[in-house]
Design a protein around this ligand. Structure first.
Ligand code: MTE
Ligand code: MO
Length: 318
């Protein structure tokens, strides 16, 4: 993953590389260029040793302007490293991302402890541009790199009784100063219903903006579930457990009236402290005075996921 393509020094930033490729992908959409060309371009233009090659998946290309690399990597929620937005970027350098294993266990025929460097090769890496909306009322647009979590779940062969998937993050006070703070019941635990976890949109994520995940964004592996509030997208995952019971998730345990298990982005159901009707796009022109944008049901992914909830009252199952 850290192959050198013959370029040793460059001023090119991950964002510039992404923007150039984005233009090429736009051209590809109108038939002037092939996606393959965009991919070749990205490989040769990228010149940092933490780069991660991936093929852009045009199915998940958004016309929304991507949030800048700087904002994506300096305005974060990662309570294991502190509760302020700037804490993770400042504190996450103490996280050791090698060696790293992810244990896949529970109601499966093939449990396995994956070494991260094998896990990353399980399926071809794709670049997908997703919106991520935090329940606090802000959102970003991020070019992630990963593959559908379904690849990993299928490899584990869930048993007939399997209904849910639990995701557990690392909680090591030696590496993560925030774990000494009792804001949450550590380890950070999240969960999805098995069919949600198997949906093609659910991304097992290893990188962003053409490089491996920065530590503050959840290195070396995290989840991105773009139709749900950001907190469902657990960072720095060490365990994935297939179960027959709904997992007790950290935020729901800490404040059950504020956070539900499903946490689908829903502009019609407000959080007790934050409206979910509109959102502030981080980095938008005008800063905090930029006009708010309307939050879309399922964060704009209704077409792909609304069917998963067709017989459910989403006010009750928030
Ligand atoms: N382990 C862990 N995962 C986490 C969090 C956290 O505090 N710890 N915060 C969540 C929240 S509230 C959000 S909005 C997203 C933020 O992801 P980003 O900082 O990469 O944008 O990560 C989620 N994943
Ligand atoms: Mo969030």
């Amino acid at each position: 993953m850290t192959k050198n393509y013959g370029i040793t020094a460059s001023e090119i930033t991950p964002q510039e590389v992404f923007e150039k490729r984005r233009q090429l992908i736009k051209l590809a959409a109108v038939g002037a260029f092939g996606i393959a060309n965009a991919e070749v371009f990205s490989r040769h233009a990228f010149a940092q040793n933490n780069r991660l090659a991936a093929t852009a998946n045009p199915k998940y290309f958004l016309s929304d302007k991507p949030t800048s690399y700087k904002d994506v990597t300096s305005y974060n929620n990662f309570y294991e490293f502190g509760t302020d937005k700037t804490d993770p970027a400042r504190n996450a350098h103490t996280l050791k991302i090698r060696p790293w294993t992810v244990s896949v266990e529970g109601l499966v025929n093939k449990p396995k402890v994956w070494d991260i460097d094998n896990l990353i090769k399980l399926a071809p890496l794709e670049e997908r541009v997703y919106r991520l909306r935090c329940v606090e009322g802000w959102s970003m647009v991020i070019p992630w790199i990963g593959y559908s979590l379904a690849n990993l779940i299928k490899a584990a062969e869930p048993q007939g009784s399997a209904k849910y998937v639990e995701f557990i993050s690392l909680a090591d006070p030696k590496q993560m100063p925030g774990v000494n703070n009792r804001v949450l019941d550590w380890p950070y635990t999240e969960g999805l219903r098995l069919d949600e976890a198997m949906n093609d949109l659910t991304l097992l994520t290893f990188g962003l903006y053409g490089e491996i995940l920065p530590k503050q964004n959840g290195a070396p592996v995290r989840l991105v579930v773009p139709w749900k509030y950001g907190f469902k997208s657990a960072k720095s995952i060490v365990k994935i457990r297939i179960t027959d019971k709904e997992p007790a998730t950290s935020w729901k345990v800490s404040a059950p009236y504020e956070y539900g298990f499903y946490s689908n982005v829903n502009p019609a159901v407000n959080h007790p402290r934050w409206s979910q009707a509109t959102e502030r796009r981080i980095g938008a022109e005008g800063g905090i005075f930029a006009p708010k944008i309307k939050t879309l049901p399922f964060n704009g992914y209704a077409e792909q996921v609304a069917h998963l909830y067709k017989d459910m009252d989403l006010r009750k199952f928030f």
